[in-house]
Design a protein around this ligand. Structure first.
Ligand code: C2E
Ligand code: MG
Ligand code: MG
Ligand code: MG
Length: 293
């Protein structure tokens, strides 16, 4: 980028580069503080529902980490995940996310089917990752491990130095499920599909947004749905923002969707309210259904 900028813009680029570096150092320090247990600087999980197109109800949720600063500001992962990955802090951060996600899932009991967490390639490459997941599960007798979904980003796998397939197989042997996140954005999507033991394809939102008015997107979605189904995998469409897209996906037979149309990610307390409403509706409809049958 510096080369393309030309001589007269070098100064500008130097300044632009300095800001992110300083931000990264600050972000690293904050993640460290939060993980050390500082009550004023925390890493709460927010939850976004995954909605079944068959029942119209919440099937599961994706846990998305946030940073809450002492000033009460909520920062998106964009501001600290990269720094955490580069410094290796993503390893303890990832364990925090997994444990916290399971705590919430246990609290929600029958009202929530599963929770998914994002796993960065840096975590997956760690020799301790599979034993860490195993030890978390070992502390939960009677817990169905398939209620945990680990999301692996397709593009990020390219840089991985470990045998990803082997690692995922070991995770699957623990009973957790694997989702391929942002599916379709990498340049070897079909290779991943062929070689990785995944359970769920999460179709990237670039194929989803506006699909109702775009025949090419609709065709790609049809093909991915068919392919996933043939391989015994389920599909979740990400980034559903419009009623027309939800309807098109439902008609196409996409089993589940996620996106602002249904809900943005919410703090746990707000997600709890949404879940109760969804569950009460479901219970009511269940009773209604039994009575009329
Ligand atoms: P992701 O896993 O692909 O998560 C989906 C992102 O898309 C979330 O952004 C979510 O808020 C956003 N999104 C959901 N529905 C819509 C929609 O309808 N339209 C649009 N435009 N966006 C939508 P968020 O929460 O900012 O997270 C960004 C990324 O940060 C995640 O992408 C994930 O890669 C990463 N991330 C989040 N939490 C964690 C974590 O605990 N660990 C790791 N390693 N990465 C995480
Ligand atoms: Mg994800
Ligand atoms: Mg995603
Ligand atoms: Mg994404």
């Amino acid at each position: 980028a510096a080369k393309r900028a030309g001589g007269n813009r070098v100064q500008v680029f130097t300044d632009e580069l300095r800001v992110p570096v300083q931000e990264k150092i600050a972000a690293e320090a904050r993640v460290r503080r939060a993980l050390a247990g500082d009550p004023r600087l925390t890493l709460p999980l927010w939850f976004q529902p995954v909605v079944s197109t068959v029942t119209g109800r919440i099937a599961g949720a994706e846990a998305l980490v946030r940073m809450r600063t002492p000033e009460g500001e909520i920062l998106s992962p964009f501001h600290f995940i990269l720094a955490a990955e580069e410094t290796g802090l993503i390893v303890p951060l990832g364990e925090h996310v997994l444990r916290s996600a399971i705590d919430h899932l246990l609290h929600w009991q029958d009202r929530l089917g599963y929770v998914s967490v994002n796993v960065s390639p840096r975590q997956l490459a760690e020799p301790d990752f599979v034993p860490m997941v195993a030890s978390v599960l070992a502390g939960l007798p009677g817990f169905d491990p398939s209620r945990i979904v680990l999301e692996i980003t397709e593009t990020a796998l390219l840089a991985s130095t470990v045998d990803v397939s082997e690692r995922l197989t070991a995770l699957k042997q623990l009973g957790v499920r694997i989702a391929l996140d942002d599916f379709g954005t990498g340049y070897s999507s079909l290779t991943w599909l062929k070689s990785l033991p995944a359970d769920i394809v999460k179709l990237d939102r670039s194929f989803v947004a506006g699909l109702a008015e775009d025949q090419r997107k609709a065709s790609i979605i049809q093909a991915v749905l068919w392919l996933a189904r043939s391989l015994g995998m389920s599909t979740i469409a990400e980034g559903v923002e419009e009623a027309a897209d939800w309807e098109a996906l439902r008609v196409a037979g996409c089993p589940a969707v996620q996106g602002y149309f249904f809900s943005k990610p919410l703090p746990a307390a707000e997600f709890d309210v949404m879940l109760r409403e969804s569950f009460e509706r479901a219970t009511f409809e269940g009773v209604h259904l039994r009575e009329t049958m």
